[in-house]
Design a protein around this ligand. Structure first.
Ligand SMILES: [Zn+2]
Length: 74
């Protein structure tokens, strides 16, 4: 049985992870894979890409405003 938090192997009979102290959770193999996938999902990378989109949208809006100002001043 592997710790769902850090992936450390937890020996039979142990209720808590020896590495991170998380309570051992018995899960079916399929569910275990889903949990591992969720851990591997990289929430930070997702947040970073969201940030990039926000920056791109902001830059596009700023450029649009500048173009409108330039067009009006001509
Ligand atoms: Zn652990």
């Amino acid at each position: 049985m592997y710790c769902i938090n850090c992936g450390t192997f937890i020996k039979e009979g142990h209720s808590y992870c020896t590495n991170c102290g998380r309570k051992r959770v018995d899960i079916k193999p399929l569910e275990k894979e889903i949990v591992i996938e969720k851990i591997i999902e990289k929430p930070y990378e997702k947040k970073a890409s969201d940030k990039v989109i926000y920056i791109l949208v902001s830059v596009t809006i700023i450029i649009s405003i500048f173009l409108i100002i330039i067009a009006n001043s001509i």
